[in-house]
Design a protein around this ligand. Structure first.
Ligand SMILES: *Cc1c(COP(=O)(O)O)cnc(C)c1O
Length: 382
């Protein structure tokens, strides 16, 4: 049905009408006083979201641009780094670090399992010469629906004393607590089409004072993504290049909505939706893919044994206009993922579970009684 598509993928996520309307006006000059006021306001809003006093810079690009900026602005050719890898986005960090000639030691965990903070601790403690320059990891591993213990790992990095913590918080920021300053994070990367309730197109990179010190030494090639000019112009409420002016309007509007709701309320909502999605799936005998107790607040991955996940997804889309995410790489057909990140309300969760149940029933694959999943989810949301 036209205009009825509900996105329940981990980005792009649904966009509120208020935000769409804010975007849908004529662009204004990016060197005008009117636009400077928008930059000034959004800079403050972004600091609020990141719970930081440091700079949060805005890049026109997708989330990966912020990840890349985080690497090339703080590190140098041949630098030794520890990289966490327990899914597709951990792999992206490894590839990105290698593409710039970093000396990458990978700390792996199986897909579906969280990274082991103790493995990072051991590697950092063994580094007597303090040669490790950064610990790089994904907070919410979107491909598997696992949340990694960034807080503990970051604490171990601070104890090491030299290394920076560089984190992909693309699907954790705006879904759960990511207090940049109190956790001692040095680089936090995120993207507009995730928890921000915005269309794709902007990415955000927050840099601690330690990260700026590293920037002075960093010799990796950079021009468009050199954060130096971004910092300098941000101090004058401006940007080094032509920014995505209309996406800034959306940003101001979306962050305003988030501020009205409040951080605690936003985190509670995501935690409740995670609990409801998990309970709903378990109640109809669909196993969760993420290890128990380590599910992401942004996305629930489900591994439905004996069900073709792609067929399920396709049918849910065709019959109900709800787009679920599939499995990536070797998980294709084996896993589907329910995105509950950003502009999501209880109704969306209940509807998605009902649609999944109804689809399973029509395929003759429902393993319990129709409505069991819905009842379990509703009990959580009540
Ligand atoms: C979506 C996402 C990204 C960014 O991907 P882009 O397509 O570049 O926006 C990075 N990391 C995680 C964990 C993500 O979910």
């Amino acid at each position: 049905m036209q205009d009825k598509l509900t996105l329940m993928i981990p980005g792009p996520t649904p966009v509120p009408e208020t935000v769409l309307k804010a975007m849908g006006r004529h662009p204004i000059g990016h060197r005008s006083g009117e636009f400077q006021a928008v930059v000034r306001h959004t800079t403050e809003q972004l600091r609020w979201l990141h719970q930081t006093k440091s700079d949060v810079l805005v890049i026109t690009g997708s989330g990966t641009a912020a990840m890349e900026a985080g690497i090339i602005n703080t590190l140098s050719y041949g630098d030794k780094v520890l990289c966490g890898d327990n899914g597709k986005f951990g792999q992206r960090w490894v590839k990105l670090a290698k593409a710039y000639g970093l000396d990458v030691q990978v700390i792996k965990a199986d897909w579906g399992q969280p990274l082991d903070p103790e493995a990072f601790k051991r590697a950092l403690e063994a580094d007597n010469g303090k040669t490790i320059k950064a610990v790089i990891l994904t907070h919410s591993e979107t491909s598997t629906g696992v949340i990694n213990d960034l807080e503990t790992i970051s604490k171990y990095v601070r104890t090491h004393g030299k290394a920076l913590t560089i984190a992909d918080c693309v699907t954790s920021l705006g879904a759960c607590n990511v207090p940049m300053d109190s956790w001692g994070l040095d680089v936090v990367a995120s993207g507009s089409q995730k928890g921000y309730m915005m269309p794709p197109g902007l990415s955000f990179v927050a840099m601690s004072e330690r990260a700026w010190q590293a920037h002075q030494q960093s010799d990796l090639p950079k021009f468009y993504l050199d954060l130096g000019p971004y910092r300098k112009t941000a101090a004058q409420d401006s940007n080094p290049f032509t920014p995505a002016v209309n996406l800034y309007f959306a940003l101001e509007s979306a962050l305003g909505m988030m501020q009205s709701e409040g951080l605690e309320a936003i985190f509670d909502r995501h935690a409740r939706h995670r609990a409801a999605a998990q309970a709903g799936m378990k109640a109809i005998c669909l196993p969760l893919y993420a290890a128990e107790g380590h599910g992401s607040p942004a996305i629930t991955a489900v591994a439905p044994e004996g069900v073709d996940a792609e067929q399920l997804r396709k049918t849910v889309k065709e019959k109900f206009d709800i787009l679920l995410a599939g499995g990536q790489d070797h998980l294709k057909g084996k896993v589907f993922r329910i995105g509950h990140l950003g502009f999501v309300c209880d109704r969306d969760i209940l509807t998605a579970i009902a649609a999944i149940e109804s689809t399973l029933q029509s395929l003759g694959l429902h393993k319990g009684n129709m409505g069991d999943g819905l009842a379990a989810a509703a009990a959580i949301l009540r």
